[in-house]
Design a protein around this ligand. Structure first.
Ligand code: ATP
Length: 364
C-alpha cells in the first residue's frame, strides 16, 4: 500500500499525570479534508499542535510525507496552522497581511512575492479589497485573509483550528462551501479541528470522532452517521433515540431484541460479535422512523400518542409517547398542492415503524 501522506502512530501527550491525547493512530491521505471532531477538552487542539510542532508527543511518532517529524521545529515543517483568532494585523492592509506570511521566504524575489500575494487574493476573491484594513472588511472576509496568508507559503498541510467559530451561523454555512472550494482548487491537505458536528459533516472527506483524548471512530460522514460504533458516536453525531435492549435470538441476517421501553420485540441489523442474552443499546435515528395514522404493513411497528410536535415546512418533528419511552420521529410533511401539512396532530394515536436496517445495535 502507498504510504499515507500523514501517519500518526500511537501518539500520546501528557501534561503531568493528565493524558490529553491517548494513543492516537490515524492516517490522512493527500488532498483530504479531515476533521478532528469532539467536545471541549477532548484533545483535538493538542493533537493539532503536535502536528504543527508546537508540542512534542510524550509517546508515538508522526510521519509527514514519509518523514519522521520527531525533533523537527515548526518552521521546518511543510505545515501551516491557522488559528481561531486568525491573528491578522489591524494596522496592515489586506494585501500586507497576506504578504506577511512570506516575509521570511528568502527564496522568493520581491516581484515573486507580490505575484504570490496577488494569486492568493484572487484565490479567496479579495482582490478588490487588497488595500483595505481589516476593520473595513466583514468577518467572513477577514477569515479569507487569514486563509490566504496561511496558503501563501504553499504548505503541504494546513491545520485549521475552529476556522469558522468567529462567524455567525448564516455566514458559517456559506463559508464552509467556500473553504471546500478553495481546498479543491489548491489540493492542499486540510486538517480541521471542530466541535460542531454539522460543520464536520459538511466539510470533511473523513472525520475522526474524539473523546477523552482517544479516537472513537474514523470514517466518512455517511459511515459515521449510518454506522456509529458506539453510544458515544451515535449520540454525538446527529440525534438518536436510544433504548436498553436484550438480544433474544439471531434470526437469519437479523437480531431479535426485547426492548421493554417500546413494549415490543424489535428486528435489528445483525452485529456478528453479540450473543443471545446480551444486553445492548438499540439506536434509531428520528428520520428513520416512519409515522403513520394507519397500521403499517411493516416490521417494528408500535403504537403511541403524539405528545409534542414542531412544524418545519418540509417536515415535522414529533415526540411520540410509547408505554415506556418518548420517541422522536422526523417525518416528511404530506403535500397538498403547494401546502405541506402534518401527518398527525397533538394527541393523535399514531403508528411508528422502522426498517430493521435502520435499527442500530450498539455494544460499547
Ligand atoms: P477545546 O475545543 O475546548 O479547545 P480541545 O479538544 O481542543 O478543547 P485541548 O485544548 O487539546 O482540547 O485540551 C485537552 C486537555 O488538555 C484539556 O483538559 C486541557 O485543559 C489540557 N491541556 C491542554 N494544554 C495543556 C497544557 N499546556 N498544560 C496542561 N493541560 C493542558
Amino acid at each position: 500500500m502507498e504510504d499515507p501522506f500523514l501517519r500518526i502512530e500511537g501518539v500520546s501527550k501528557s501534561f503531568g499525570t493528565f493524558k490529553a491525547v491517548d494513543s492516537v493512530t490515524l492516517t490522512v491521505g493527500k488532498g483530504e479534508i479531515f476533521s478532528l471532531l469532539g467536545g471541549s477538552g477532548c484533545g483535538k487542539t493538542t493533537l493539532l499542535r503536535m502536528l504543527a510542532g508546537f508540542e512534542e508527543p510524550t509517546a508515538g511518532r508522526i510521519f509527514l510525507d514519509g518523514r519522521d517529524m520527531a525533533g523537527v521545529p515548526p518552521w521546518e515543517r511543510p505545515v501551516h496552522m491557522m488559528f481561531q483568532s486568525y491573528a491578522i494585523f489591524p494596522h496592515m492592509t489586506v494585501a500586507a497581511n497576506v504578504g506577511y506570511g512570506l516575509k521570511h521566504e528568502t527564496s522568493l524575489t520581491k516581484a515573486q512575492k507580490a505575484a504570490r500575494v496577488a494569486e492568493m487574493l484572487d484565490l479567496v476573491q479579495l482582490t478588490p479589497f487588497a488595500h483595505r484594513k481589516p476593520h473595513q472588511i466583514s468577518g467572513g472576509q477577514r477569515q479569507r485573509v487569514a486563509l490566504a496568508r496561511a496558503l501563501a507559503r504553499q504548505p503541504k498541510l494546513l491545520l485549521l483550528d475552529e476556522p469558522l467559530a468567529a462567524l455567525d451561523k448564516k455566514l458559517r454555512e456559506h463559508t464552509q462551501f467556500e473553504l471546500m472550494s478553495i481546498q479543491q482548487r489548491t489540493g492542499v491537505t486540510f486538517i480541521v479541528v471542530t466541535h460542531d458536528q454539522e460543520e464536520a459533516m459538511t466539510l470533511s472527506d473523513r472525520i475522526a470522532v474524539m473523546d477523552k483524548g482517544q479516537v472513537k471512530q474514523v470514517g466518512s460522514p455517511t459511515e459515521i452517521y449510518e454506522f456509529p460504533n458506539s453510544r458515544f458516536v451515535a449520540g454525538f453525531i446527529g440525534s438518536v433515540n436510544s433504548f436498553e435492549a436484550r438480544v433474544t435470538r439471531r434470526d437469519g441476517s437479523h437480531l431479535r431484541l426485547s426492548v421493554p421501553a417500546i413494549g415490543a420485540e424489535v428486528l435489528a441489523r445483525d452485529v456478528p460479535s453479540v450473543v443471545e442474552g446480551q444486553s445492548v443499546t438499540l439506536a434509531v435515528r428520528p428520520e428513520k422512523i416512519h409515522l403513520t395514522k394507519d397500521r403499517p404493513d411493516a416490521a417494528n411497528a408500535v403504537q403511541g400518542h403524539v405528545k409534542d410536535l414542531a412544524y418545519f415546512g418540509k417536515d415535522s418533528l414529533y415526540r411520540v409517547e410509547l408505554p415506556g419511552a418518548l420517541v422522536q420521529a422526523h417525518a416528511v410533511n404530506a403535500r397538498r398542492g403547494d401546502e405541506a401539512s402534518r401527518v398527525a396532530d397533538w394527541d393523535d394515536a399514531v403508528w411508528l415503524s422502522f426498517d430493521p436496517a435502520s435499527a442500530i445495535v450498539l455494544v460499547d
